[in-house]
Design a protein around this ligand. Structure first.
Ligand SMILES: [Zn+2]
Length: 166
């Protein structure tokens, strides 16, 4: 799975999470999903986060606000309770990579749902010319992408054509 596919799977799971909340008696509103490094630095300064390694920086974390409907149709903001705990468990049941902030040993963060770093990402971070937002364009331009190797024999500096002899 490549980086964008990981991000897309994460968002699909968020969709399932939002639909499931109603079953547990919760109404949700949206908080943050993507954060710029500047926003993250501000959260650390204000004590809202402890790390510059946040999954929000790579679009694989979301914060949600939980509300319980009251008897007179008002909504009461909650941070824990049975419904919230069940929703956290549901999130982690969707995929082995999913982590709920309510299960963190310290600095519990119940509104936070994330997809943890997978095997693919662990690999791409160690490759030259790749980063958290995907591989950089290769020398020679867009036509030098791996998927077009077969059509561009000899035109991409530093790349060999694996189909040359086939
Ligand atoms: Zn968060």
């Amino acid at each position: 799975m490549n980086y964008n596919q990981e991000q897309a799977v994460f968002l699909q799971h968020v969709g399932e999470l939002i639909r499931k909340a109603r079953d547990y008696g919760l109404v949700l509103t949206a908080g943050e999903l993507y954060r710029t490094p500047e926003q993250q630095a501000l959260h650390i300064k204000n004590g809202r986060s402890k790390t510059m390694n946040s999954r929000h920086l790579v679009r694989m974390a979301i914060d949600l606000n939980f509300f319980e409907p009251g008897p007179d149709n008002t909504l009461k903001l909650v941070y824990d309770g049975d419904g919230v705990a069940r929703l956290g468990a549901f999130w982690e049941s969707l995929d082995p990579a999913n982590r709920w902030g309510g299960n963190w040993p310290s600095f519990k963060d119940t509104p936070h749902f994330e997809r943890s770093q997978g095997a693919f990402e662990a690999g791409i971070f160690s490759q030259a010319g790749a980063g958290p937002f995907g591989p950089r364009p290769r020398a020679g331009g867009a036509n030098c992408s791996r998927t077009r190797w077969g059509q561009n024999a000899g035109t991409c500096p530093g790349m060999s054509n694996p189909y040359k002899n086939s």
